[in-house]
Design a protein around this ligand. Structure first.
Ligand code: DLL
Length: 437
């Protein structure tokens, strides 16, 4: 189902005319209301009327995460605090979070873009959706909640945590959809299997997964264990939360960006130069309709690529590639640049491994070393009759995994096979990389 047919299938020219008009309006809005942007635009010598077409976008200055942090908590708000209906914050664990605000109108738009994504993923009004993203300052829980209400779903605001209770509710309420991080979905699926509960006993049809990088291999694992169609949802607090972009169930070939509200670009992370469609680089967004927390050319740090051209679902909204990771998550191991999601893709191809892993970086020597911690697959454990540290096959498995990583990514690693449950399970965003103290 296409929720907003006129917008989601609009001809390019119509969409671009709308984007330009909204961009100019946003520039007027922030110039009048946000001292930071007034100064920035002044330095760039730009007036909103100087923007003749979307091609002029790169003339505008970037906004960076540091700019948001420097104005903590409310310094970039474009409306008086009394007009802010809701506050959220990024889920960063280091230092102060990025604080964002929404007017009533912003919340309306957020619900709308979420409803679009939910419909694209295959949700139908009248069904039940189980939301196991965290509720609170994190945008996951409440973002899905309001979008689902807008679409006309019955929402179960389960929030994250307490896996066994989640499973009980899933069994008793029988929702059609599950919304949570991919790592939590896998954890729920694993706990179901351990409890002897079959996917059919729950009857989930679709899953709405995001908030962290995940691979196609992870998608297959989750689909197998939960018996559903898994779609990718993308967003970040600063831009609005989830709902910036989402896959359609028909094609699952890139995430449709709600570009009537969020104008995307991909730039070279080092030089900031705009990159052509299909080229991988850093995603940059300009908000086109937000009142409380508009952002101009916001550097997300997320690595992706843009694919214009219509999708077979009928939507004309530009698609972005699955996010590989954040530029600052990239590891440099003995001269090889690698994202944890690339390691994940290789590990999940190895049948003898369970789909759980963690990377440990040791920087104590002259060259950083990467330890890849994995677990044996359940089928292997069954064949062995349980876990034994001294299984002779372990050495061979370690070698196989290391060789695969070397062949696929030119990466030198030390593989460690942990006992079952040795890798920590996640109820929210998984921590994939640890620094060895
Ligand atoms: O994670 C919003 C969200 C909630 C998106 C629920 C999807 C579902 P933040 O906590 O501000 O907001 O974190 C945003 O998470 O810049 C990406 O690095 C990462 N991220 C979000 N979605 C995806 C995804 C929410 N589908 C940061 N794939 C972003 C990969 C993602 N990374």
């Amino acid at each position: 189902m296409i929720w907003d047919l006129p917008v989601e299938t609009a001809p390019r020219e119509t969409l671009e005319a709308l984007q330009l008009e909204r961009l100019r309006r946003t520039l007027e809005w922030i110039r009048e209301r946000v001292p930071f942007y007034r100064a920035r635009l002044g330095e760039a010598g730009l007036a909103p009327s100087d923007l003749r077409s979307l091609q002029d976008l790169p003339r505008l200055p970037f906004t960076r995460k540091a700019d948001v942090r420097d104005h903590y908590p409310f310094g970039l708000f474009a409306v008086p605090r009394e007009q802010v209906t809701r506050i959220h914050a990024s889920s960063g664990t280091r230092g102060k979070p990025a604080v964002v605000g929404y007017t009533r109108q912003d919340l309306e738009i957020w619900s709308e873009v979420m409803a679009r994504g939910l419909a694209a993923a295959g949700a139908h009004p009248g069904e039940i959706l189980h939301v196991a993203y965290g509720y609170g300052l994190f945008t996951g829980g409440l973002g899905f909640h309001y979008g689902a209400e807008r679409l006309g779903l019955t929402v179960i605001p389960a929030s994250s945590g307490n896996t066994l209770r989640q499973i009980m509710l899933l069994q008793d309420f029988r929702p059609r959809g599950l919304a949570c991080t991919p790592s939590f979905a896998l954890h729920i699926g694993e706990a179901m299997r351990e409890a002897g509960i079959k996917a059919e006993a729950i009857g989930l049809r679709y899953g709405l997964f995001g908030a962290e990088p995940w691979s196609e291999g992870m998608r297959r694992e989750i689909e197998a264990v939960l018996g559903l169609t898994a779609v990718d949802f993308y967003g970040l607090s600063e831009v609005i939360g989830p709902g910036v972009a989402a896959e359609c169930a028909e094609a699952r070939d890139g995430l449709h960006i709600n570009e009537d509200h969020f104008l995307p670009e991909v730039v070279d992370p080092a030089s900031g130069e705009p990159l052509p469609p299909g080229t991988e680089g850093e995603l940059v967004f300009t908000t086109l309709s937000k009142e409380a927390f508009p952002l101009i050319r916001y550097r997300t740090g997320d690595i992706s690529a843009l694919y214009p051209g219509p999708c077979r679902c009928g939507r004309t909204l530009v698609r972005m590639a699955r996010v590989k990771g954040r530029a600052d998550d990239m590891l440099i191991i003995r001269g090889v640049n690698v994202y944890p999601s690339q390691v994940e893709a290789v590990l999940l191809e190895v049948q003898e491994l369970a789909p759980h892993y963690q990377l440990v970086v040791d920087r104590s020597g002259t060259l950083p070393r990467l330890e890849v911690q994995v677990e044996p697959a359940e089928s292997l454990l069954r064949a062995w009759g349980g876990w034994r540290e001294d299984r002779p096959e372990l050495a061979r498995l370690r070698e196989t995994v290391a060789a695969r990583l070397k062949a696929a990514l030119a990466l030198t690693t030390e593989v460690r096979i942990l006992p079952p449950k040795g890798v920590p399970r996640s109820e929210g965003k998984a921590v994939r990389v640890l620094e060895k103290p």
